[in-house]
Write a protein that binds this ligand. Structure first.
Ligand code: NAI
Length: 273
């Protein structure tokens, strides 16, 4: 169902770790829509080697960069512009990691050094990317930037611990940088708040299966799959959404505005005998 929506556009896609990654699907869709792009991920993630498959499939060079390192990001943006032959039209930030979640810490016992790492990797990295892009004047006018978020930024979810604060900051950075880059270059900056999705990052959260099922039962359309998230990102990179900026856009099958669904009501009734 390709429509050449991104014909002639070039960009950077971060965060494709394996076939389950949301960024992996975005890369495949962007390629199908005629975009050229550079893939990037943390040097550590590269060692697993899976990204090479995607690189071949999409004819996309890879530039490793730790998204917490401004030096790495400077090399990423200069390298991407060199390889792609000019300024960029789009960028995907699809990066998240919490050492506290990985180690199973509950909200009351968070390790603060890890908390800072969570913020650095999952939120500040977005500011760093945008600041490096601004300094290098790396975007074309009417460019588009998307970062992936989660509804825990607005509502408390058990076990999402410090990622909750990281996502709130990520969304806030999108607004502040959207204002700045909009004025400077007519570049738009948005976050897409995605349904729970069975990826490496998603499945790392304890109790994930339960809140995946809960969200699925609550959402009239069901949880949005990664492929549909990719479609939405493509629409935001395309020229069809040129005046959408500084928004946190819900891509959740209706979850965020549902009070209670029939499925949940039936389950509660059953539980009460
Ligand atoms: P994933 O595990 O496939 O992707 C996370 C990526 O972050 C990986 O590619 C990883 O290598 C990269 N990363 C970690 N540390 C990095 C660093 N220092 N520098 C550069 N890259 C680094 O999982 P997924 O689910 O595709 O995650 C992508 C984004 O979507 C994340 O921001 C996540 O929070 C967000 N999201 C995921 C949801 C889910 O349920 N899976 C729901 C809503 C949002």
């Amino acid at each position: 169902m390709a429509n050449n929506l991104l014909a002639g556009k070039v960009g950077i896609i971060s965060g494709a770790l394996n076939e389950k990654s949301i960024a992996w699907k975005v890369a495949q869709r962007a390629h199908a829509e005629g975009a050229r792009f550079v893939l990037t991920n943390a040097p550590l993630a590269m060692r697993m080697g899976e990204i090479n498959k995607l690189s071949e499939e999409c004819n996309a060079p890879i530039i490793p960069a730790d998204a917490t390192s401004v030096e790495d990001l400077e090399k990423l943006f200069t390298g991407a512009q060199e390889q792609l032959g000019g300024k960029l039209d789009f960028m995907l930030h699809s990066i998240g990691m919490s050492p506290n979640i990985r180690k199973g810490k509950n909200y009351g016992e968070l390790n603060y050094q890890w908390f800072q790492q969570t913020i650095d990797i999952s939120a500040l990295s977005f500011h760093k990317m945008l600041a490096v892009a601004e300094k290098q004047d790396a975007f074309n006018e009417w460019g588009s930037v998307v970062a992936l978020s989660y509804i825990a930024a607005q509502r408390a979810f058990l076990d999402y611990t410090d990622m909750t604060q990281a996502k709130a900051m990520l969304e806030s950075i999108a607004r502040s940088y959207g204002q700045r880059l909009g004025k400077l270059k007519k570049v738009r900056v948005n976050t897409v708040s995605q349904s729970p999705t069975k990826t490496t990052a998603g499945a790392g959260i304890s109790g994930f299966d339960a809140f995946y099922e809960f969200a699925d039962k609550m959402s009239p359309l069901g949880n949005a799959p990664a492929e549909a998230c990719a479609d939405y990102c493509i629409s935001l990179f395309s020229d069809l959404t040129r005046y959408v900026t500084m928004q946190n856009l819900m891509h959740d099958g209706g979850f965020s505005t549902t009070g209670i669904s029939q499925e949940m009501a039936d389950l509660m009734e059953k539980a009460n005998g």
